[in-house]
Design a binder for this molecule. Structure first.
Ligand code: GLU
Length: 457
């Protein structure tokens, strides 16, 4: 059977690097197996989900290099969930409960005092039709729980029931269904929590592998039971470790700090983000892959470690530098042109500066220096000023190439007796206005004799 995966964000905020990890694990896995990737918006929470967030998530994924084969929205599939809920009700597997949150909390505390597991005690199963009618008459609406298959004949006496699966990432995993409360599938207002719609979709869409964060491991136990209750065979499951901030807190869509959108706006390369989001917290070395094909080639889904991985934004900058340093002109051409960097000098300019920038946008500053000169004339020490003037008078005739810098400075050294830093630093300052930057051997032929002489103090 061919592989089908899905990435299922709820569009309630911008996705962050941790969500990107889930998306990439699915995408890389699918591409490696020649499978399909579905983008599925879990937007049943209509109060918090917005179309704008959904569109932004889609744009973020495309920017990262993920092109969904298909897009689905749960909000358009409610009729399918209703059907599934009716089937479960008819089978006695979805039952009405009328407890308020306060009542549930009180019962939870009593169970804890009695040293019982703090799970729902299924009291609603004992309600008679008259009692239910009374609640309804009071204006109470039921929420609906799925009866987990953790008993032999009496649901009031659950027994240890192991759900075991061979996790695609973590190996053998077990969840004891007796340790879980029967999950609420439908709220009082008739809306669905994520648990049932997700299973219905995975069945309808032929999902073969559910790859998601390890915060869903417990859910998986209940969802496998739900697949079976709906007469389906469950897909394979794989749970990857989560990313945390440097101080160990979970990432949240709400903070926006490490959102993909922000990183993109900050000018970080998509492949730096994709490489780090994929490789951090795995047994693979973290390095910047130049393109998706390279990331796919080295991707091994089982290399994700079991513990959470700390994400340090400073690492992104390190990867970004490395990526730019090796980036061929063709890969940068269009974006450089958008910054106004074009024409015959654009390629040699890129080769000269790419090893000295953190962000591709930083190239613009160097382009200005090369084509128009430093922002302000360099402030030279008085004794350097005389030296620089003398040096400029020794500039060789054109044509200039990569050897010109050495020829020139050799002559200047002979004529003035200066060497090392005393020789090079004032020349660099006069030419570029800043004390460090790309190799002057590369910059000098870009400037040409006339532009260079224009910088003579
Ligand atoms: N909407 C769920 C989430 O964002 C999806 C979980 C899943 O992949 O099944 O956590």
């Amino acid at each position: 059977m061919s592989v089908t995966v899905r990435f299922a964000p709820s569009p309630t905020g911008n996705i962050h690097i941790g969500n990107a990890r889930t998306a990439l694990f699915n995408w890389l896995f699918a591409r490696k197996q020649g499978g399909r990737f579905i983008l599925r918006f879990d937007d049943t929470d209509t109060a918090r989900s917005t179309r704008a967030y959904a569109d932004q998530i889609e744009a973020d994924l495309r920017w990262l290099g993920i092109e969904p084969d298909h897009v689905e929205r749960q909000s358009e599939r409610v009729a399918r969930y209703d059907e599934a809920a009716e089937r479960l009700k008819a089978a006695g597997l979805l039952y009405a409960c009328y407890e308020t949150p306060d009542e549930l909390e009180r019962r939870r505390r009593i169970r804890l005092q009695r040293r019982l597991p703090p799970v729902y005690g299924r009291e609603a199963l004992r309600l008679t039709d008259e009692e239910k009618a009374e609640f309804e008459a009071e204006g109470r609406k039921p929420h609906w729980r799925f009866l987990l298959p953790n008993f032999t004949s009496d649901p009031m006496s659950p027994q240890r029931t192991e759900m075991v699966w061979d996790d695609t990432i973590r190996g053998s995993e077990t969840v004891d269904l007796a340790s879980l409360s029967d999950p609420v599938l439908v709220r009082e207002d008739g809306s669905y929590l994520y648990t049932l719609p997700s299973v219905v979709d995975d069945i309808d869409m032929g999902v073969t592998h559910v790859i998601r964060g390890d915060d869903h491991i417990t859910n998986t136990g209940a969802q496998i039971a739900l697949f079976r209750a709906l007469g389906a065979t469950e897909p394979a499951f794989g749970h990857h470790n989560l990313l945390t901030t440097a101080s160990g807190e979970g990432l949240s869509k709400r903070t926006g700090a490490l959102s993909i959108r922000k990183l993109r706006e900050d000018g970080i390369e998509a492949m730096s983000v994709a490489s780090l989001a994929t490789l951090i917290g795995t047994s693979e070395a973290v390095s910047a892959k130049p393109d998706m094909a390279a990331l796919i080639a080295d991707f091994d889904i089982s290399s994700s470690s079991k513990s959470a991985a700390k994400f340090d934004p400073a690492e992104l900058v390190v990867l970004n530098r490395a990526l730019l340093r090796d980036m061929p002109f063709d890969a940068a051409r269009e974006r450089l042109a958008a910054l106004g960097i074009e024409g015959p000098k654009a390629e040699p300019f890129w080769i000269a500066v790419r090893g000295n920038i953190e962000l591709l946008n930083d190239a613009r500053g160097w382009w200005t220096i090369v084509t128009r000169g430093p922002d302000a004339a360099a402030v030279l020490d008085p004794q350097d000023e005389a030296f620089v003037r003398e040096a400029f008078d020794l500039l060789p005739p054109e044509p200039w190439d990569r050897e010109t810098w050495k020829q020139w400075t050799d002559t200047v050294k002979q004529e003035t007796g200066r060497k090392g830093k005393a020789l090079f630093a004032p020349l660099r300052l006069a030419l570029t206005g800043v004390p460090s930057g790309p190799e002057l051997a590369d910059l000098l032929p870009l400037l040409g004799r006339e532009e260079t002489l224009a910088r003579r103090p």
